[in-house]
Design a protein around this ligand. Structure first.
Ligand code: OKP
Ligand code: ZN
Length: 343
């Protein structure tokens, strides 16, 4: 399997995040991608190359233009206003406030275009976001031109980013842009299977009223796990999209047998939809020792995920999302890919 990877992710570094009454180094850090990159070499998964540049016209079909215009302005405006450190929001236009009036100051704009404080900026962040987007589209091109599969080693991740908001380490929804790219290239239907520990609220929101993209999410129950406010089983789509969104929330402590049963159900829904392409939002924060997840998958489970997905016999694009146990993130993420290839 070919991998697309950009060294430009590395400029998105040194960010901090809010946690448990304090500020800590962000879990979403450059070593995550570097360790996966190294593991690809170790197991000889296949060639790794850098992305080609892509414009944002496809992204503009799944994100609002004003939101895409905002992202590259954040760091320059943050610096210009005399601030330094990590740019992050602290106020949001929630119930009872005006969410329809775009503000002018940078700190207000950060809140206007986000749902949490988890998507933060440093100097190199926009360049990393753009390289991650380019990585997804370049890898999608490999699949579009006939490869059975490809791996987009995206960083930052994307599945929490919606049409006009960032959050949870995510800015541009790489998997959503790739889905749109496949449709624009002639695919009639695309399925997105999100196996990250956290619900992909952004992906769900983007495609909720559409029937050309089926979205399936296996994740921790939002009643008690981030992102808390989306991802319940009764969210099945709306309008033309009714019946094309599927959520499989699972409790803390979930291990392989229960998780695999949900995967099995999701796979039969995918088979029934008969998509032309499958996109896997690949998070490995389901791992037993993940510092922010509470599922109990073990390293030997990841190749099994890949084998089951391969059984669908669909052209498949893997897009990297979360996973924070940096020691094992390479073994687990690449384990899915080698399992897929062996099948
Ligand atoms: C992104 B992805 C720690 C709390 C966790 C956000 C989690 C984002 C996960 N301060 N906050 O889905 O892996
Ligand atoms: Zn996650």
């Amino acid at each position: 399997m070919k991998t697309i990877f950009s060294p430009r992710h590395a400029g998105h570094a040194g960010n901090v995040e809010l946690e448990e009454g304090g500020i800590v180094p962000a879990y979403e850090k450059p070593s995550r991608a570097e360790i996966i990159r190294a593991r690809i070499n170790t197991v000889s998964l296949g060639p790794v190359s850098e992305p080609e540049e892509h414009d944002l016209e496809t992204a503009a079909k799944v994100h609002r233009r004003d939101y895409l215009d905002f992202l590259p302005t954040v760091w320059p405006e943050w610096e210009q206003s005399g601030r330094s450190g990590t740019a992050m929001p602290f106020a949001w236009p929630t119930r009872g406030l005006r969410g329809d009036v775009p503000p002018t100051s940078i700190i207000a704009k950060l809140g206007f275009y986000s749902f949490d404080a988890g998507a933060t900026f440093v100097k190199g962040t926009w360049d990393a976001i753009k390289s991650s987007h380019d990585t997804a589209l370049t890898a999608a091109n490999l699949v579009r031109s006939g490869e059975r599969s490809a791996f987009a080693l995206c960083r930052p991740p994307g599945h929490h980013a919606g049409s006009n908001f960032m959050g949870g380490y995510c800015f541009i929804n790489n998997a959503a842009v790739a889905a749109q790219w496949f449709l624009d290239g002639g695919a009639r239907r695309v399925s997105i299977l999100d196996v990250d520990y956290h619900h992909g609220n952004g992906t769900q929101q983007i495609f909720y009223a559409r029937n050309d993209v089926q979205v399936l999410n296996l994740h921790a129950d939002p009643m008690s796990e981030y992102p808390f406010f989306l991802g319940h089983a009764d969210e099945t789509g709306e309008g033309e999209g009714q019946g094309f969104n599927h959520n499989f929330p699972m409790p803390a402590g979930t291990s392989w047998v229960q998780w695999a049963a949900a995967l099995e159900e999701a796979c039969s829904l995918i088979a029934g939809y008969e998509p032309d392409v499958l996109i896997v939002s690949l998070g490995v924060d389901t791992f037993e020792r993940d510092p922010i997840g509470r599922f109990k998958l073990v390293s030997d489970d990841y190749p099994k995920i890949g084998r089951r997905i391969a059984g669908l016999k669909l052209p498949t694009l893997f897009v990297m999302e979360g996973g924070y146990a940096v020691e094992e993130i390479g073994i687990n993420a690449v384990g899915v890919l080698t399992g897929f290839e062996e099948a």
